[in-house]
Design a protein around this ligand. Structure first.
Ligand code: PEP
Ligand code: MN
Length: 343
């Protein structure tokens, strides 16, 4: 960290910056320049309160030389993290994991039919929300524990792993009883008490990017999980809020190579929430795989026009099967492969 002084800052002001850095437990290295002085802070362990330095008299700006996150960074761990499951499925590495299913678990028939459809098309992980974060309190909120039990039945019937959302810190223990992967939704990306619980939950966590979160904020949220001891973290780009109403969100494809550069954690893409429109899902799924995504999360419904949530972005079964065929070819072109379906 570099504390840049204003032009003509008084020696006492520089001295005060030095003294504050030392008081905080770090070493200060003043560097006198022709125009202004900068004071380097040596030994930053990520705990420095830069606001305290920025507010001192005579300080122009504080420049962060290293990233504020540690354990999620590539510097901390150079080789990519591969999240492995007991049935042989893994996320990260050469394989591309396909997660698919309806937005919400609606009934036994709907989730079992969805599970068979996505498994037969080549997915290895079933998605479906039992607890739904809905904008309106009057919209379908999910079946709750009944939905979790139905997901467990679908796993039993198909061998697919289950990813489902935990909406709050009070509810996470119940979700952990049923889920193979605990999803933290976009709206909860900065729910720090939920993140801390998820960091101790003993299950891999899928952390979606917040609707208006920068990549740094997202990685800092992932850092909460690692800081609590959970290293099985999968990031999920699901679009960020934009101003154009043609799509639901702006699907940030660039986040995929950016995350790969900054972090060792796997990143998957959710073009369903990323675009909000069925006709845009397959093109963006192809693009995400081409950009290096470690997996896809796709909303698929046996009858999208009857879905209780997100029907307009849910693929028809045959559309999902075509998507899988296409991304399989794209994966091969970049030296990767779509994870084989479970036996
Ligand atoms: C979901 O995947 O069901 C969901 C609600 O997504 P997001 O948190 O990205 O909006
Ligand atoms: Mn949805």
């Amino acid at each position: 960290m570099l504390v840049v002084m204003q032009h003509g800052a008084a020696p006492e002001e520089i001295q005060r910056v030095v003294a504050t850095i030392e008081e905080l437990g770090y070493q200060a290295r003043p560097i006198a320049g022709a125009q202004r002085t900068a004071v380097g802070l040596v030994g930053n362990d990520g705990r420095v309160d830069s606001g305290r330095l920025a507010a001192l008299p005579g300080v122009r700006e504080v420049i962060h030389v290293s990233q504020p996150y540690k354990q999620v960074s590539r510097e901390w761990k150079a080789d990519p993290t591969i999240v492995r499951f007991p049935n042989g499925v893994s996320i990260g590495g050469d394989e591309i994991a396909l997660m698919a299913g309806p937005c919400s678990v609606e009934s036994e028939q709907q989730i079992l039919e969805s599970a068979r459809i996505v498994r037969d098309a080549g997915a290895t992980i079933l998605r479906g929300g039992a607890y739904k974060p809905r904008t309106s309190p009057y919209a379908f909120q999910g079946l709750g524990e009944i939905g979790l039990k139905l997901l467990a039945t679908a796993r039993q019937e198909t061998g697919l792993l289950i990813v489902t959302e935990a909406l709050d810190a009070e509810g996470i223990d119940l979700v952990v009883e049923y889920a193979d992967i605990v999803q933290i939704g976009a709206r909860n990306m900065q729910n720090f008490s939920l993140l801390k619980r998820a960091g101790r939950c003993g299950r891999p966590v899928l952390l979606k990017r917040g609707q208006a979160a920068t990549i740094t904020e997202w990685l800092l949220s992932a850092e909460y999980l690692l800081a609590e001891g959970n290293h099985d973290v999968i990031l999920c780009e699901r679009g960020i809020r934009g101003f154009d109403t043609e799509t639901r969100n702006v699907f940030d494809l660039t986040a995929i190579p950016v995350i790969h550069e900054l972090s060792h954690l796997p990143i998957i893409a959710d073009p369903s929430h990323g675009t909000g429109r069925r006709s845009k899902v397959t093109p963006m799924a192809r693009a995400a795989v081409a950009a290096g995504a470690d997996g896809l999360m796709i909303e698929v419904h046996p009858q999208p026009d009857r879905a209780l949530s997100d029907g307009e972005q849910s693929l028809y079964p045959e559309q999902f099967a075509a998507l899988v065929r296409e991304v399989t070819e794209i994966a091969a072109a970049i030296g990767r492969r779509v994870a084989a379906p479970v036996a």
